[in-house]
Design a protein around this ligand. Structure first.
Ligand SMILES: C[S@@+](CC[C@H](N)C(=O)[O-])C[C@H]1O[C@@H](n2cnc3c(N)ncnc32)[C@H](O)[C@@H]1O
Length: 229
């Protein structure tokens, strides 16, 4: 892959899509979204080095969900409920966010946090393998949100795409994978994940039933809107 500066992950500054000063500026603009529960969840992520989507992407999830009047959302990989916090705000009192995570401890924490934020009654949290839970859950979704293990990204896209209603969204986090997707030489965290993310992104951009873009904030968020029939 030709690139003028030939960046590699060993030369990460060449790969930062949005300059940290610009991210800080944008972060300042969403300060009005401060909430004690959110601040606690963000502090825990820092303390445990847990990969939440963080404030800028979280805010964008809520806005996108509100833009399409989303009422039913499925999350693949919910952690302790940080992304669900934003979706739960968007769907309103009658809406549902179906969360999944393989770690039962995450459900316990999510329940504590989202109860404090008065959002737990909008959430259905299943512990187990997200893809299996998805197949056991009936119906269509306004949004399918993918933040599970990256090796499974192509599989999740393929199973989710037909269950998103026309006008609905498929959203996945980490699709730039800290720039690895854009360079020839990289060190992967888990063997095969970069290739899986590349295949996932390629399939989505080439799917004639969806209009797609990547928001390069943080680690890149792909957003694909299912076209109206
Ligand atoms: C990146 S974190 C999710 C963060 C969350 N979306 C947020 O922003 O707060 C990924 C989570 O997905 C879970 N996970 C990964 N692959 C999974 C799978 N196939 N099924 C269920 N859980 C999965 C992990 O246990 C982890 O808690």
């Amino acid at each position: 892959m030709a690139n003028v500066q030939s960046p590699t992950v060993e030369n990460p500054n060449a790969l930062i899509p949005v300059h940290p000063a610009i991210e800080r500026y944008m972060r300042g603009l969403v300060e009005h979204t401060d909430h004690p529960v959110l601040i606690e969840m963000e502090a825990l992520a820092k303390q445990k080095n847990f990969p939440i989507v963080d404030r800028l992407v979280g805010n964008s999830l809520e806005v996108m969900a509100k833009m399409i009047d989303a009422k039913r959302i499925f999350e693949f990989g919910s952690g302790y409920g940080y992304s669900a916090y934003w979706f739960a705000r968007a769907v309103g009192a009658e809406g549902r966010v179906i969360c999944t995570d393989g770690n039962a401890a995450n459900k316990i924490q999510a329940e504590q946090y989202l109860t404090s934020a008065e959002l737990w009654d909008r959430v259905e949290f299943h512990v187990g393998y997200a893809q299996e839970i998805f197949l056991q859950t009936e119906g269509m979704f306004d949004i399918c949100y993918n933040d599970a293990d990256k090796g499974g990204y192509p599989e999740v896209w393929q199973m989710a795409k037909d269950r998103i209603r026309p006008g609905g969204l498929y959203i996945a986090d980490n699709v730039l994978w800290h720039g690895r997707v854009a360079v020839e030489e990289f060190t992967d965290i888990v063997s095969g994940w970069t290739e899986a993310i590349r295949a996932h992104n390629h399939m989505i951009f080439n799917d004639p039933d969806f209009d797609t873009f990547i928001n390069p904030t943080r680690d890149g968020v792909i957003v694909a809107r299912r076209k109206m029939a």
